[in-house]
Design a protein around this ligand. Sequence first.
Ligand code: BGP
Length: 477
Amino acid sequence: MTAVPIPSQRPRPAAGTFLWGSASAAYQCEGAWNEDGKGLSSWDVFCHSEANDVNPVTGDVAADHYHRYEEDIALIAAGNQNAYRFSIAWSRILPDGTGKVNEKGIDFYNRVIDACLRHGVEPLVTLYHYDLPQTLFERGGWENRTTADAFAAYAEICFRAFGDRVRTWLTINEPGYETFCSYGAGNYPPNVQDLGRRWRAMYHLLLGSAMAIATFRDQGFEGRIGLVSDSYPIETLRDDADYRDAARFADLFQNRCVNDVAVRGEFPAEFIAKLVQDGVDRSYALDGDEALFAAGVVDVLGVNVYDRMLVKPYLEGPTELRNNNTGDGGGPVVKVSGWFQADEDPDTVKNAWGMEIYPRAIYDLLLNLKALYPSTPVIITENGIGYRDVVADGQIDDQYRIDFLAGFVEWMKKAMDEGCDVQGYMVWSSTDVYSWINGYEKRYGLIHVDFDDEQKRTPKASYHWYRELLTKEGVNR
Ligand code: BGP
């Protein structure tokens, strides 16, 4: 493999340029968990507690991006990428979630943003990616409506501090998947299995996002703003009325409960009817909220796409959705009675964590989104595959990742040829990072990180492949 040249200063991509990049999230890559005035987050505390019993490791150091962001951004630029999506750790900016600003936190993200711009890399900034300030978490976290107010206030601080340079903002990463793990699987803090509490927390996440978006517009900040949704094409292995019903329920459960709110500013009526039928206490929905959601629709929808979701009709007993966090089938089983049943195609290839290798998923998903939300552009904010990479002679020959990403890019381009308005594509992840409850074995990076040897970086074969792809795509470097 060839050495990677470090580029000189380059202009940032012109507005409207398709963004080809890669992504990270603060808790997963930064480390420096208690440095420079940062407050504790829910993940700091969880990872240091006995509740973290599947892969008991922490993000204390992670990829040490806090100290090595310059090198990482230089590598991103040298890889021909013209964009980098990262998240801000709320507890670095506001150690207690509200109140006094930690200037050293502001300084850090100023340095990251400036490094991006120096290298001609467009920063895509996510304001919240799972790591809630612990002070707010202890007050009920997202189950408490005041967390939505606190989020909007925190977002405004970030718009004011960084809005002169950031043109693409993403409020919240995956209100669906985060709350599914926190309150369905119970493998993320607060580690409970109670879907009623899930719907309450998700409502407040969406409310916080809508309020932040309304503030962004009311105060006249420049640029575009969106939310990041984990979205799936819902598919069945049979086509009959019962299977179609299951697919519709799964679409409401997985996708539309977030995407309709983000794009149309309202929850689907059928989704609300289903919650009422399930006996969910919806007292969290207050008079006047409809107007708040309507005022906070996105300019662009960020979509994290990894896989399709296969379902079959719900018959009886608990619906079992298995979460494989160990790579050998270990992890919690989620019970979702009454909506749909998870299905499995025995003939498709899967990775060790049970994820199907199914690149067509992105095409089906993009066409579904175009049909539902024809006027809203999409950025693919994450796409990638977890693998136990092997280092041989100092190199990582991850052909499986190249095949996976090449397939997704090809299907994405087909969808674009058919009229889907896609404005960017981010590989998950820029470097290897902490894979939440899956620990460090499950790697996604284009750049290998040696977690046992001072977080040394080595670009993988997939990094070089992506670099060549982007040259062909005309990302002129
Ligand atoms: C997304 C998250 C990312 C990332 C990715 C891979 O849902 O936004 O933070 O972790 O999935 O998932 P995992 O690391 O759990 O395998």
